[in-house]
Write a protein that binds this ligand. Structure first.
Ligand code: URA
Length: 426
């Protein structure tokens, strides 16, 4: 037994919280006994004071214990999931989940809807006619056990780490999202509760990511790998670049369309490289050897899995994707080489066009977003079309264009940098 004020002041004064204090505060917060303002104060104290490895491990366990957990240990294939900390144009889950299933793993991918500039995987898939994100535990098991499917991307059940749901909503409005221990415990409580046997984390680094520099991204990755390992989940993290958007599209149906290009054996080189690298890492984490995901993209097996995965969740993989009612082109103002394209500017533009939401529960536009015609490294001439914006609500064009106005940098030369920057764990 404890009380909220003493837990808050202990953390405020830089003390390590005891296991009892942590268990009590998370449980009491979940039951509504600790008030939102008290938890917000504790989150701010954690933001400034941090947490030790043992505190973080206990905090994460308490968040898991706040709800139910899933168990896939009875499946005939190893389970492996991927989590990205969020980036602009990050549609990698879409080709990755069926690809890894085609290579022999079961992929239980419990995802969220987007809030802010990075868009959510479920919003993207919901642009496919008939596709449903809400599945029961039995549905998930059945689809994962089906040797012709083996991958599921769906909404996390409300009882999976409910303490995190409440705490994340509170952090979102109290300036406490960007805390490494709070991010690490938030992500890992959900992933461990989800019951995956192995996990690959794509920790984004750069202007369009939570973590703006490599040192912070490394610290976050190490914290999450430790939490996974402590919980018996084989966890590997890749630190990957998120200065400019991934691929050439940001927006729901636009990103599905680009994912289909990748599954058809084409698509932008950065998306293909990251998809194949993450797939290889997931297979190694799951202990599957002797199969190369690049072959499964090339021979159409991954595309067949995609169709099976979409159909298994009520979607029609052959239905045309929604297209926005209106479009607006952006042209280059001068000749030169594009030396940079700020991911945040593109993400905010897509969001303002209607691809994302400002408040939880708001609808999103399936066809809204940004299609890039040029990326860093490309030489352009003045007047050349470099991007097209899409929306059903054309009054949003001006506001969206403003978000991208300073996103482009031009110069004479460009030096490409790698996508995968580092690996942690494994
Ligand atoms: N994603 C999460 O699930 N939690 C965080 O705290 C940040 C990103």
């Amino acid at each position: 037994m404890s009380d909220a004020t003493s837990v808050i002041s202990a953390k405020r004064d830089g003390h390590e919280l005891t296991a009892d204090q942590i268990d009590w505060v998370i449980d009491a917060f979940t039951r509504g006994v600790v008030a939102d303002e008290q938890m917000a104060a504790l989150a701010m104290a954690i933001f400034w004071r941090g947490m030790s490895r043992s505190e973080l491990s206990r905090w994460t366990s308490a968040m898991i214990a706040s709800g139910s957990t899933m168990d896939f240990s009875g499946l005939p294939r190893p389970t492996v999931d991927k989590h990205s900390t969020g980036g602009v144009g990050d549609k990698i889950t879409l080709p990755l989940a069926p690809l890894v299933a085609a290579c022999g793993a079961a992929v239980p991918q419990l995802s969220g809807r987007g809030l802010g500039h990075t868009g959510g995987t479920l919003d993207k898939l919901e642009s496919i006619s008939g596709w449903r994100a809400d599945l029961t535990g039995d549905d998930i098991h059945r689809i994962l056990a089906d040797p012709a499917v083996g991958a599921v991307v769906c909404a996390a059940n409300a009882d999976l780490a409910p303490a995190d749901k409440r705490l994340y909503a509170l952090r979102d409005v109290t300036g406490t999202v960007e805390s490494i221990p709070l991010i690490a415990s938030s992500i890992m409580s959900k992933k461990i509760a989800e019951g995956t046997g192995a996990l690959v984390l794509d920790v984004k680094v750069g202007a369009g990511a939570f973590m703006k520099n490599l040192a912070d991204a490394r610290t976050l990755a190490e914290a999450m790998v430790d939490l996974g390992s402590d919980a018996g989940v084989r966890t590997i993290a890749l630190l990957t670049a998120m200065d400019s958007p991934l691929g050439l599209t940001a927006g729901n149906a636009l990103e599905v369309e680009e994912s289909l290009e990748v599954l058809a054996g084409g698509g932008p080189a950065d998306i293909v490289e990251l998809t194949v690298t993450l797939a290889r890492t997931m297979l190694s984490a799951a202990g599957i050897e002797g199969v190369d995901p690049a072959d499964k993209l090339a021979d159409g097996t991954a595309m067949d899995r995609w169709k099976a995965m979409i159909s298994a969740q009520g979607g029609d993989p052959s239905a045309p994707l929604p297209v926005a009612a209106e479009s607006h082109d952006i042209t280059a103002e001068s000749d030169g080489v594009i030396t940079g394209l700020d991911a945040m500017g593109v993400g905010v533009a897509a969001w303002r066009l209607g691809a994302g939401r400002e408040r939880q529960g708001e609808p999103v536009q399936a066809g809204a977003g940004v299609r890039l015609h040029a990326k860093p490294g490309d030489r352009v001439t003045a007047g050349q079309k470099i991007a097209t914006l899409y929306t059903d609500t054309p009054e949003k064009f001006e506001y969206a264009t403003a978000a991208m106005a300073d996103a482009w940098s031009f110069g004479d030369t460009f030096e490409a940098s790698p996508i995968v920057l580092e690996r942690v764990g494994g």
